[in-house]
Every structure is written in structure tokens, then in C-alpha cells.
Design a binder for this molecule. Structure first.
Ligand code: PMP
Length: 274
């Protein structure tokens, strides 16, 4: 089953998305991806808070309250008997004759679906290789917008270069991955880009900060360059689906000596939370 506004319907059978839905034509909307472990959502409230913020930043009214959306998302998960996977939901500005400015009477459209997906355990254990790319995205990366072309091109570049993730560089500073936040570790301290308009403030990033605080590991928001990455003791990424994944190689440079002690400590604490 999938959700369209307040209706649960069968995917493929009764689905109707209008050709002039603004999400489809302009990417005019926002979304969230939430992890489900053993039938339960992880940090759903944080995702809903970010969803509301994204909507506000693009001057879009959400069709349902936080409580209503939460109920619908939870019902969908139960209906589909999803145990381990993700729930995706988005809201577009609605259906209206195509013109760039906001339409007068369009009603926002909520859609949601679930997908089974195993946790990438091998990558958690062994780490991944990443490559760097220029960050060509717009200046409001803090909004979780449906416009993902910059991210799509970056990830495609990574895959064409036998890497799992692309780490983006803007003005000589490392911002974030194409679908993840990025961190380095030096002398027992975690460094990551400040949560400003150049990156998405990941929900997993919030969890990493909480874990770091708990373990007494300094969590420092600071700009750093690729050179700093090459010199780092450890590197890792975080996201809803990648959780905490060690980075063992950046371009041709091997980082540290396989996954290091700080990333292992964060992973261990993360595991306790899910
Ligand atoms: N940055 C970008 C660009 C992303 O797409 C994601 C994944 N949504 C993240 C960071 C990580 O965010 P989260 O931890 O909320 O999944």
C-alpha cells in the first residue's frame, strides 16, 4: 500500500499523479526518509521537525499536522508489515497550470511509501572508498528539497569511479556527501562542517553529536579542506541508511589503518540505540 494525502491505496493499481503536479515539473516540494528497525521508526519526531522546517523555508503549508502525519506514516508501516527498511514521504506544492510562481489555489500533495532494505553491514565493517567532486548545488542545502540533481550527478560520478560516495568540495572546503554528512577525526576529536545553509543537518548527524557528547569525544563544527582529510586519522559518513560508515580511502589516499577506534566507538553506541 502507498499513501496519497489521506488515502491508503494499492501501488500501480489506483495511483494517479497529475502531469502538472509541481513536484513532478519543478521539484517544488520537500521529503524525508526515515529508517524502520524491527517495525519501529527511528527518530521520526526529528524527521518531522525537519520536514516542517523545510516546508516553512520554501513558504509551503503542509496538508497535515505533525501528529496527523505521524499517525499516517505509522499506519502505513503497520499496513505493509514493514520490519526492516525505510519509509519515504514527500509533499509537493500541488497541482496547477504550469507557471513558476506559486499558484493561488493549489493544495499540497502528500505521498508516502515503504521499502524493505537490509542494513549495509559489510560497509559498516569494512568501510568504503569515496571520491571528491565539486559542490555545484544551490545555496540552500539545509532544505531537504526534491531538487536533487546536483546530488544525483555527484553520486553517479562516485559510482563511475568505483566509489560508494562523493564528498563535495565548495571553495576549497569539504561540505558533505551526496546523500550523507562527512566527518574526519584528528587527535581524538571529530570535525565536521557547521550546520549552515551549505549542508543538510542530518538526523544521524544529531545522533553522532549526542553520542560524541556521551563518550566525551569533542564534536567540532569547523571548515576543513581535502588536505586536512588526507592528513586525518579517521574519516566517516553518516545518514539514515548508511548509519555510521567508516571511510577508508579518499581518492587515491588511504586514510588511517582501516576503520579507527573513534568510528568504532560511535558505531557501537549507535547500535545500542536502534
Ligand atoms: N546530506 C545530504 C545531502 C543527504 O541527502 C542526507 C540524507 N538524507 C544527509 C546529509 C544525512 O541526513 P540524515 O542523517 O537525516 O539521513
Amino acid at each position: 500500500m502507498i499513501l496519497i494525502n489521506d488515502q491508503f491505496i494499492k501501488r500501480n493499481q489506483d495511483t494517479h499523479i497529475d502531469i502538472e503536479d509541481r513536484g513532478y515539473q519543478f521539484g517544488d516540494g520537500i521529503y524525508e526518509v526515515v529508517r524502520v528497525y524491527q517495525g519501529k521508526t527511528f527518530r521520526l519526531d526529528d524527521h518531522l521537525d525537519r520536514f516542517e522546517r523545510s516546508a516553512k523555508e520554501i513558504f509551503m503549508e503542509l496538508p497535515f499536522s505533525k501528529t496527523e502525519t505521524k499517525l499516517k506514516i505509522t499506519q502505513l508501516i503497520e499496513m505493509n508489515n514493514l520490519q526492516d527498511g525505510i519509509v519515504y514521504f514527500q509533499v509537493t506544492r500541488g497541482v496547477a497550470p504550469r507557471t513558476h510562481a506559486f499558484p493561488q489555489n493549489a493544495k499540497p500533495v502528500l505521498t508516502a511509501y515503504t521499502k524493505k532494505s537490509p542494513r549495509p553491514i559489510d560497509q559498516f565493517k569494512n568501510g568504503i572508498k569515496v571520491v571528491t567532486v565539486e559542490d555545484i548545488r544551490w545555496l540552500r542545502c539545509d532544505i531537504k528539497s526534491l531538487n536533487l540533481l546536483g546530488n544525483v550527478l555527484a553520486k553517479q560520478y562516485a559510482h563511475e569511479h568505483q566509489a560508494e560516495e562523493a564528498i563535495q568540495i565548495r571553495d576549497n572546503t569539504v561540505t558533505e556527501g551526496s546523500s550523507s554528512n562527512f566527518y574526519i577525526v584528528e587527535n581524538g576529536k571529530i570535525y565536521t562542517h557547521p550546520a549552515d545553509h551549505f549542508i543538510l543537518r542530518g538526523i544521524t548527524r544529531i545522533v553522532v553529536e549526542e553520542i560524541a557528547n556521551k563518550l566525551g569525544i569533542p564534536f567540532i563544527e569547523k571548515l576543513f579542506s581535502v588536505k586536512d582529510v588526507y592528513r586525518a586519522d579517521e574519516a566517516f559518513i553518516s545518514s539514515t541508511t548508511a548509519e555510521i560508515t567508516p571511510v577508508i580511502q579518499v581518492n587515491d589516499k588511504v586514510i588511517g589503518n582501516g576503520p579507527g577506534p573513534i568510528v568504532r566507538a560511535i558505531q557501537e553506541e549507535f547500535q545500542k540505540l536502534i
